[in-house]
Each structure stands twice: as C-alpha cells, then as structure tokens.
Design a protein around this ligand. Structure first.
Ligand code: ADE
Length: 265
C-alpha cells in the first residue's frame, strides 16, 4: 500500500523488536527498504527473529537494556559505527503484569515504571542527543496502550504509559526546532505474543466486547507506525493515535479484578 522504497536509505531502531508488535513493525520497515536494528535484552529472541527477518531486508540485532543508560550508549555507538546515522526510533519495549492496584508491591511498581516510562525516556534522550539533534532530523514513535479511562487491573503500566503520552507532547514541542517529530500509538487488544502474559479467562469472549468485534492485528499497528514515521505525516507531532477497533470509546472488555485488600495492608 505504501511505496516499496518509502524507507530506502533510512535507519530504524525498534526496541522490543524480537517478538510481537515490535517484530511486526520491524518487518514492515524492512519490506519498504529500511535498515532495521531490533533491540531486546534477550539475545536468543533477537536471533530467532533475525532468522525470520533477514531474508526480507537489512536487519541487525542489538542486545540492549532500556533501563540502563550505559547499555543504550553502547548501542548508539554500535549504530554510529555500522550505519553512521539513525532516522527513526520506535520505543516499543515494555512490560507489565496484571494485578489489583492494592496488591502491587513497591518492587513490581518500580520495575514497571522503570521499563515503560524511564526506559522510553532514556532511549529518547540518548538517541536524540547522539543522532537526531546533530542531524536536525529524526522521528520517534512511542508505543503505549489504551489508557483513556485509566488502566484498571494494571495501575502501574497505566501510570507509566500516561507519563509517556505526556512526555510525547513535551518533547514534540521542545524538539520541534530540531525537526524531530514524536508521536504515540495506543493499541487496544492486539492478537500477539504480548497477550501470553494474561490469564486465558481474562481474554475469553473479549472480541464480543469490542465495537469492531475482533482483536487488532500486529500488522495493523505496523501500518500506523509506518504512517507516523513517513513524510505522509510530516505535520503531525505530539499526538497519540488510538488503534483499538473503537474499544476506548465504548464498553468494558474485562471485569474489575477481584482482590483481598487484607493480603497487602
Ligand atoms: N523489554 C522489556 N524490558 C526491557 C528492557 N529492560 N530492555 C530491553 N527490552 C525490554
């Protein structure tokens, strides 16, 4: 649907690119001619993805911990040595676990905030300083979540993703003079390996509760990432686009989780 060479000559980094939505995004950039670095903490995951993606285009792996600024700086150096530039950063890596808010212990809370909010920030700041600001050109796409009505059942990630949405707005304004555009994608329930972390009973019959009566596809999220990082969206910055089959506008997909406050208090 897009021109086959739309991203020819572009260098893209997708965090969490070894599986799920991140891998689907990486695949689409490769199909349109980009050099794509997929990053993850887990080398084995990256190597499996590489087997699938390298026949499509120039795909490379980066072992990277988004919570650790030194690890990010090492990755930036590697990209500089290998490709000399970076054009597009997709902050897709993240993680959370379902829990009633009252049962989340400080360690779990901090881990989710550090990965989803601080990790996205450290990646954005480092790659902006190393590449986008000196180049006076760059694009960041942040993958968040449907947080329109809070995130009952996952308060930690709701708070972190709301933080990223706000950061997206701030950076869009502060970095506009450097011709850096920053937008966010808020996927609803997408059929991907990301759903494996949730108990099957939480997902049973969920399609019926979404206005479009189906889950989203990873390739549909990919199409939006392509749009937000292509010249087709050149005047769009600081925005969050929902891709959720209407879920954020109507209906409750799951019950408020049961919990026993006395367990925690
Ligand atoms: N995916 C989930 N957590 C991550 C982390 N800390 N670094 C890179 N990828 C991740």
């Amino acid at each position: 649907m897009y021109q086959p060479n739309l991203f020819a000559g572009k260098v893209v980094l997708v965090s969490g690119g070894g599986s799920g939505i991140g891998k689907a995004i990486a695949k689409q950039y490769l199909q349109l001619g980009a050099t794509v670095y997929i990053a993850s903490r887990k080398l084995e995951k990256l190597e499996n993805a590489l087997k699938e993606l390298s026949p499509i285009g120039d795909c490379r792996v980066l072992e990277l911990n988004i919570r650790d600024v030194e690890s990010i700086q090492v990755a930036a150096k590697q990209i500089k040595e290998q490709s000399g530039r970076l054009d597009i950063l997709v902050n897709n890596a993240g993680g959370q676990f379902p829990s009633a808010a009252v049962l989340i212990a400080p360690k779990g809370w901090n881990a989710v905030i550090e990965t989803n909010l601080t990790g996205t920030w450290l990646m954005s700041q480092t790659f902006a300083m190393e590449f986008f600001m000196p180049q006076k050109d760059g694009i960041i796409v942040n993958i968040i979540a449907n947080i329109v009505r809070g995130f009952p059942g996952m308060a930690h990630t709701g708070a972190a993703r709301a933080g990223v949405e706000n950061l997206t707005k701030t950076l869009a304004v502060e970095w506009a003079p450097y011709h850096i555009r920053i937008n966010a994608i808020a996927p609803g329930i997408i059929l991907s390996t990301g759903l494996d972390q949730y108990p099957p009973e939480l997902l049973k019959g969920i399609e019926a509760k979404i206005p479009m009566k189906r889950l989203g596809g990873t390739e549909e999220v990919g199409h939006l990432a392509l749009f937000l990082s292509s010249p087709l969206s050149n005047y769009i910055t600081g925005q969050t686009m929902y891709i959720d089959g209407g879920q954020s506008l109507w209906g409750d997909v799951w019950e408020i989780p049961d919990f026993e406050p006395k367990d925690r208090i």
